[in-house]
Design a protein around this ligand. Structure first.
Ligand code: GDP
Ligand code: GDP
Ligand code: MG
Length: 291
């Protein structure tokens, strides 16, 4: 897997932790690094306050202790939510939502491949019927992943009817996992939320929805989160997917997004290749983030 970690703080903090002793500069440098990495002022403040208290409690002046405490503190915070995908229903229906361009269709291709590697049968529904190109892009990914696809019979067909037909076919053929792509833009936000509500309603006529995954572009950080507010309010989101971490310097966004939404990160995309998707493992992530 082509994995780059531009979002790691380890380079920025190397000088801080290489010093002989913890001093006033240590705290300033740590705070600056956390802010720069998009942890946000509140979380930065909470982390620094907690670390100051810990350093005092253990009466240590060794930056190596501080380094370890930072890593453990971040891991502990990241671990508060469960990143496990709920895919045990048959079929397990996964709805993928988010604003335009964040990486929904690409994520679906990678996720289908990920599931095929584990020998799950996968049916993809092309319920972004707004643009013909969107359907073709998804069909290309489905083929590469070895998954089947249900396409609209006509451009602009009711997305809910594509979703209905996809789930119907999965039930009839005994397909294990259904992944449904959706549009990120309509004339109005209200229109888009109504469309998602209708998609959910027609699916639920047949079976429960296992996951509603909200895709967020990590390069946009906390601004991107503001754009996704409506989905969190109206779409019944059960998990987050962070994409484009391979091009993001905003490692702190990962923690900020979980704490602000209270929704667990379940998948992470780090590249445009079909294998560039992983589950979210707080221990591994904290290690890479802090070094
Ligand atoms: P959608 O509009 O949400 O369906 O977004 P797309 O899946 O069409 O992706 C938009 C662009 O983001 C495409 O050029 C993708 O190749 C790119 N993209 C998606 N995921 C990633 C990722 O994890 N890393 C990088 N570098 N690019 C990505
Ligand atoms: P409306 O008919 O567009 O107002 O909305 P509905 O909620 O009734 O359904 C939306 C779409 O989902 C429809 O266009 C149908 O294609 C599909 N659908 C919903 N319920 C059923 C059903 O019971 N059987 C079939 N075959 N399709 C359904
Ligand atoms: Mg798309």
């Amino acid at each position: 897997m082509a994995e780059r970690t531009p979002w790691s703080l380890s380079g920025a903090l190397r000088g801080v932790f290489a010093k002989k002793t913890i001093d006033a500069d240590t705290w300033d440098d740590l705070e600056d690094s956390l802010i720069t990495a998009d942890f946000g002022p509140d979380i930065t403040d909470a982390i620094v306050t907690e670390l100051r208290a810990k350093v005092a409690r253990y009466s240590t002046t060794d930056p190596k202790d501080l380094h370890r405490m930072l890593r453990e503190g971040i891991e502990e915070r990241l671990s508060k939510l469960d990143p496990t995908l709920n895919l045990s229903a048959r079929p397990a229906v996964v709805l993928v939502v988010g604003v335009n361009g964040v990486g929904k269709t690409t994520t679906i291709g990678k996720f289908a491949k990920f599931l095929r590697v584990y020998d799950r049968s996968v049916l993809i529904g092309a319920a972004d019927t707004f643009r013909a190109a969107a359907v073709e892009q998804l069909a290309t990914w489905a083929e590469r992943a070895g998954a089947d696809i249900v396409k609209p019979q006509a451009q602009g067909q009711d997305p809910a009817s594509v979703a209905f037909q996809t789930v119907e076919r999965a039930i009839n053929t005994g397909t294990e996992i259904v992944i449904i792509d959706t549009a990120g833009r309509l004339q109005t936000k209200g229109g888009l939320m109504d469309e998602l509500t209708k998609i959910r309603r027609v699916i639920e006529k047949q079976t429960a929805i296992s996951e509603v995954l909200l895709v967020l572009d990590a390069t946009t950080g906390q601004n991107g989160l503001a754009q996704a507010e409506a989905f969190i309010e109206h779409a019944g989101v059960t998990g987050l997917v962070l994409t484009k971490l391979d091009g993001s310097a905003k490692g702190g966004f990962v923690l900020a997004v979980q704490e602000k939404t209270g929704i667990p990160i379940k998948l992470v995309g780090q590249g445009e290749g079909i294998n560039d998707l992983t589950g979210f493992t707080p221990h591994v992530f904290a290690q890479k983030l802090v070094g």
